[in-house]
Design a protein around this ligand. Structure first.
Ligand code: G6P
Ligand code: MG
Length: 212
């Protein structure tokens, strides 16, 4: 039975995925190329510096380490600028209700995100208080698809992997959850999230009882 739910942040709790894409796209455009929505799928769940490497390889652009750090910092400034307009109303439909349901059924909640901005974002949508533990990009030494992010979350909560369900919108995140031995629920399109145990379009049509 499920005792803990681990949630990805971007694209699961809040639609920051569109802001990440906009900010990366601006960076690519500055360097003289573009990135498609399809190419953007490969960036979901991937750390800032790894994403930059993928984008540079798409554009065939070579930068020094110093330039890379400067570009990544610039992307993050743009991203946070876009995020400034976020309010609790930007929480994706059904998420808050679902988490309330989990809480009242004594299910533990964890965040498992590659983002270094996770607590800032959760605060701005007033969702930080739902979580019993936060695993974010500042704690990780290995990014998704490595299982570390969800293993740390389960460890913090004292729950075995077989009692954890993970909610993820990224291919790399589903792989991470599966590698950790957890039940992986994809949030998005079944055609993209082919390795998930179950795929849901969002939380509006999902409730605690569907976890059994
Ligand atoms: C999440 C997003 C990625 C993002 C990564 C790092 O996994 O899906 O698109 O690149 O976090 O986010 P950060 O906020 O630290 O740049
Ligand atoms: Mg995500």
């Amino acid at each position: 039975s499920i005792k803990a739910c681990l949630f990805d942040l971007d694209g699961v709790i809040v639609d920051t995925a569109k802001y990440h894409y906009l900010a990366w796209r601006e960076l690519a455009n500055d360097l003289g190329f573009d990135i498609s929505l399809e190419q953007n799928e490969r960036l979901k769940g991937i750390s800032r510096m790894e994403s930059l490497e993928i984008i540079l390889s798409i554009g065939g652009v070579v930068l020094t380490e110093e330039e890379k750090l400067a570009r990544a910092a610039e992307k993050n400034r743009r991203y946070l600028e876009l995020c400034k307009q976020m309010t609790p109303g930007d929480t994706l439909p059904g998420v808050r209700r679902f988490m309330e349901e989990l809480k009242s059924n004594r299910i533990l909640l964890g965040l498992g995100s590659a983002s270094k901005n996770a607590t800032v974002i959760l605060n701005s949508i007033d969702m930080l208080h739902y979580f019993d533990t936060i695993v974010d990009g500042n704690r990780l030494t290995r990014g998704k698809p490595d299982p570390q992010v969800f293993q740390l979350g389960a460890e913090d909560l004292g729950v075995g992997a077989e009692h954890c369900a993970v909610f993820e919108d990224a291919v790399a995140g589903i792989q991470s959850a599966k590698a950790a031995g957890m039940f992986a629920i994809g949030v998005g399109a079944p055609s993209v999230l082919t390795e998930a145990d179950l795929v849901i379009p969002g939380f509006e049509t999902f409730s605690y009882t569907d976890l059994h």
